[in-house]
Design a protein around this ligand. Structure first.
Ligand code: DHB
Ligand code: FE
Length: 280
């Protein structure tokens, strides 16, 4: 049977894609950021996941104000890197896993989650930057990717509790897929950041770290954090962190920490990541 073996939470700061693409990982500004990911890259090389369910948000690249799916799942064969204004990133195409993608879509919909099904779309920094952070710059991405896109751009966005419940339903879907697959789930986005307005540049390191603490162990307190708290404490874009709760929900009752890293500054934000394993 397929099984979820680990979860990763990570920021997806677009500047880090530029750093990888232009070979600047060792520059003084970027070195402490990438240093935190060395453990994770080595761990991924050893773990060799077959499939990653990559929870992320699109930033008006594939969707815009015309179509706003709350939860969408990619069931396609491939996804090309999106052109976000400077041309597509020079990274490999993202290969999907249509059989598992369709299986999860069916299982979720019959489990009362009304997913949007995507067969064709381009993927932006929300998806490709975490791939670069976790896998470096290979000629071909070492895992099949199932994109799971969440609307965190236009209100109303889903609640933390709904995200957690979706994670639990994803775990049920994966566990009922008959093929023996090593599946990881990544929740990306965050951490505290605000990209516009009078509070642009806001970073709340204490809150970010409290949030990371709450995902380790048996607490489910994070699912009840209200939208207004993300807005007030973490800036207008901090709401991206609800996507980490899909990852956490999918790991079950209790998690154990494998690796943790947090660094300020990174572009307009803090960069953070967390590697978790489910405790059986
Ligand atoms: C930035 C953009 C993002 O989409 C994000 O999630 C974090 C940071 C940025 O431009 O700094
Ligand atoms: Fe973002």
């Amino acid at each position: 049977m397929a099984r979820i073996t680990a979860g990763v939470g990570s920021s997806h700061v677009p500047l880090l894609g530029v750093a990888v693409d232009q070979g600047k990982e060792d520059d003084a500004y970027f070195a402490p950021i990438f240093a935190g990911y060395q453990w994770t890259r080595a761990w991924e090389r050893a773990e060799k996941p077959d499939v990653v369910i990559l929870v992320y948000n699109d930033h008006a690249s594939a969707f815009d104000a015309n179509i706003i799916p709350t939860f969408a799942i990619g069931c396609g064969e491939i996804y090309k890197p999106a052109d976000e204004g400077w041309g597509p990133r020079p990274v490999p195409v993202v290969e999907g896993h249509p059989d598992l993608g369709w299986h999860i879509a069916q299982s979720l919909i019959l489990d009362d989650f009304d997913m949007t099904i995507i067969n064709e779309m381009d993927v932006d920094h929300g998806l490709t930057v975490p791939l670069s952070m976790m896998f470096g710059a290979p000629a071909r991405w070492p895992a099949r990717i199932i994109p799971l896109a969440v609307n965190v751009v236009t209100y109303p966005v889903p609640s933390g509790n709904r995200c957690w419940l979706l994670g639990e339903a994803i775990a049920r879907a994966v566990a009922s897929f008959p093929e023996d697959l090593n599946v990881q789930i990544w929740g990306t986005g965050g951490m505290s950041h605000q990209l516009q307005g009078p509070r642009a540049g806001l970073i709340n390191a204490a809150w970010d770290n409290k949030f990371m603490d709450s995902l380790i162990g048996g607490s489910d307190a994070a699912r009840h954090i209200a939208h207004i708290e993300y807005l007030r404490e973490t800036g207008s874009e901090g709401i991206e962190m609800v996507m980490w709760l899909i990852m956490r929900g999918a790991l079950g009752r209790e998690t154990k920490l494998l690796h943790r890293h947090y660094h300020v500054p990174c572009s307009n934000t803090a960069i953070g990541h967390l590697v978790l394993a489910p405790v059986a």
